[in-house]
Design a protein around this ligand. Structure first.
Ligand SMILES: [Zn+2]
Length: 153
């Protein structure tokens, strides 16, 4: 019986948000590694990212506006929440996933707005650009360090 109940609860945690403790901060398991990465990359650059002090929730769900891949839902008196569109997430590369979580945590955790500045080649200078219609955004192994430096500085 106990095992049965545990399965039900695990299932519910994965697919909805069964919360026994209303203060529990929910980050869905597929987003967690990228939240950890944000913390790690911030720490490397002298930014103390502490989700116990500033909790942020995160989940993958259907965002019905097809132009939006993710957003930061700011809430009063409750943790802000990052919601990533499921169809985007399911087709995203590792760099796409890293980018979207870094960008949304830029809004949700660092309180940054958008920055559509470009360099001489028309490349976005910031991970916080508003869309790839504003500038070219080559986020890859060679460029990610510079973009992350810009994000945390
Ligand atoms: Zn944004």
């Amino acid at each position: 019986m106990i095992r049965y109940t545990l399965y039900i609860c695990l299932f519910t945690i994965l697919f909805t948000s069964c919360r026994n403790d209303p203060d529990e901060v929910i980050i869905s398991p597929e987003l967690q590694p990228y939240f950890d990465l944000f913390q790690e990359e911030g720490q490397k650059r002298g930014v103390d990212v502490d989700f116990t002090v500033t909790p942020i929730e995160g989940r993958v769900a259907n965002l019905f506006d097809s132009n939006v891949n993710g957003w930061c839902d700011t809430k009063e008196d409750k943790p802000h929440e990052i919601i990533i569109d499921d169809s985007f997430w399911n087709g995203a590369s590792n760099f796409d996933k890293e980018f979207i979580i870094m960008h949304e945590l830029g809004h949700c955790y660092l309180n940054l707005g958008h920055n559509d500045a470009v360099d001489g080649d028309g490349n976005c200078i910031s991970i916080m650009h508003s869309s790839t219609e504003s500038c070219v955004f080559p986020y890859n192994q060679e460029t990610r360090d510079d973009y992350l430096d810009e994000l945390f500085n």
